[in-house]
Design a protein around this ligand. Structure first.
Ligand SMILES: [Zn+2]
Length: 149
């Protein structure tokens, strides 16, 4: 992390992922167990167990291991695709499957809670360099010290 602590404190206070980067810089947390691609290096290879929501041949949906929200599900392609802006035309079948899973999971959250947000991050907002979609409902969860997770 090349940014100075002061830059991070000034810039990154309001965004959840950026607060996480701040905590990372300050040594409060380590980045996804110290790896840049938590999903390939830990989840898909089975090193870190996750609570699955839905799984197909190409897609895995599971409860976030560090949830930011009351209900927080992550949906990933099993094939490594770095981000939304990196997929190739030949990935279309993987993406079609991924979006069917996102649809099913978000429909289930919407049916159960009456609302749902679906999002993905890019660039500096994306702390984990494997395309992943957040499906969530409810309030942002705070750390015990009052800061946002
Ligand atoms: Zn990956």
């Amino acid at each position: 992390m090349m940014l100075s602590e002061q830059t991070i404190l000034n810039t990154y206070d309001k965004d959840c992922d950026k607060v996480y980067l701040k905590k990372l810089y300050l040594g409060v947390v380590t980045m996804a167990n110290g790896v840049e691609d938590f999903y390939c290096d830990e989840v898909l290879c089975g090193k870190t167990a996750v609570e699955k929501v839905l799984e197909t041949e190409n897609t895995l949906a599971f409860y976030h291991t560090r949830p930011f929200y009351d209900v927080h599900i992550v949906v990933i392609p099993k094939k490594h695709i770095t981000s939304l802006i990196d997929f190739k035309p030949e990935d279309k079948d993987v993406l079609a499957d991924l979006f069917l899973v996102i649809q099913k999971v978000s429909r289930q959250v919407n049916d159960n809670y009456g609302a749902c947000t679906v999002s993905t991050n890019l660039g500096d907002y994306q702390s984990n360099k494997h395309m992943h979609w957040h499906v969530h409902y409810g309030n942002r969860i705070k750390f015990l010290d009052g800061t946002w997770c």
